[in-house]
Design a protein around this ligand. Structure first.
Ligand code: HEM
Length: 267
């Protein structure tokens, strides 16, 4: 299902202004991912407060020394927290929601992964162009963000190098890691593929790593939304929701001609 033709520039943006900037599949999978991610965060937080202590190795409980403790109240009265009260226990629905949202995320991610490989979206729009693969290129973009300079018209049709690095990091490092460490917490996965749990250092190590990878995903989310705001929140959100961009047909050819957007040169 090739969707990137010489008539479609980076991120599906309009060489023909009627062409949506983001294809329907990218938009739908993006928003399902966001929904699943927030469901995972909320339910994960509920699961976390049932035992806000972290360990390393195979086992860990209130009788063993934790690696570190989060100084928050717990929903279980046997967990020592220093607080004189116990939070309401919401573990039942939280665990169901966590597993369901995780599978939704995995399946959506698979559809998206097949799509970006099959259509060339990964190569054309997400991999940084060779000319942009340097610290200098990234620093130039950071400086532009810090100076609050408005994005160049060409940027309305493509991702800059920082966005591309962030997307690749989240797609190929953080999501695979969070799924792996999450699966490692399942007793059935542990008994079926013990090796995948052992190389993480055991079930408790997997839980600790799952927590840190989640933190990294939250950091990505904050930076990602900040970049969307700095690039023009309304325009970017409109494009990601409806596919429409406000770029006038007059600016589109200039964007395509821009030598700084190597992916457009290749498109
Ligand atoms: C964990 C949650 C999120 C993940 C993993 C994520 C991931 C991504 C990825 C991979 C892309 C590039 C899509 C492509 O072209 O194939 C993207 C684009 C985008 N995302 Fe997200 N996103 C998340 C949350 C959000 C949220 C909460 C918002 C809005 C508040 C948002 C708004 C956007 C917008 C507007 C774009 C297009 C950026 C542009 O045109 O410059 N995302 N996101």
């Amino acid at each position: 299902m090739p969707c990137y033709s010489p008539h479609v520039s980076a991120t599906g943006s309009p060489r023909n202004p009627d062409t949506p900037r983001h294809t329907a599949l990218v938009r739908v999978t993006h928003w399902i991912t966001v929904l699943a991610f927030f469901a995972l965060l909320l339910s994960g937080l509920e699961i976390l407060i049932s035992h806000p202590r972290f360990y390393w190795g195979e086992t860990g409980n209130v009788m063993t020394t934790p690696l570190f403790t989060l100084h928050i109240p717990s929903s279980r009265d046997m967990v020592p927290t220093g607080y004189g009260f116990v939070m309401p226990d919401q573990n039942g629905w939280s665990r169901y929601l966590h597993f369901q949202a995780a599978w939704l995320l995995v399946l959506t991610g698979l559809v998206y992964a097949i799509y970006i490989l099959w259509t060339g979206h990964l190569r054309q729009n997400l991999l940084p162009a060779p000319a942009d693969r340097s610290w200098r290129a990234s620093r130039a973009v950071i400086t532009k963000y810090l100076r609050r300079e408005p994005p160049a018209p060409s940027e309305a049709h493509s991702y800059n190098v920082l966005q591309r690095i962030a997307y690749l990091g989240v797609l190929f490092v953080l999501f695979p890691l969070v799924i792996w460490t999450g699966l490692a917490l399942s007793p059935s996965f542990d008994s079926a593929v013990p090796f995948a749990v052992n190389i993480l250092g055991g079930r408790q190590s997997a839980r600790t790593l799952h927590f840190f990878v989640t933190d990294a995903l939250v950091l990505f989310l904050i930076v990602h939304v900040a970049m969307v705001i700095l690039s023009g929140f309304r325009t970017r959100m409109r494009a990601m929701i409806t596919g429409r961009t406000t770029a006038s047909p007059a600016t589109a050819p200039a964007a395509i001609a821009s030598p700084s957007i190597a992916s457009q040169e290749r498109a």
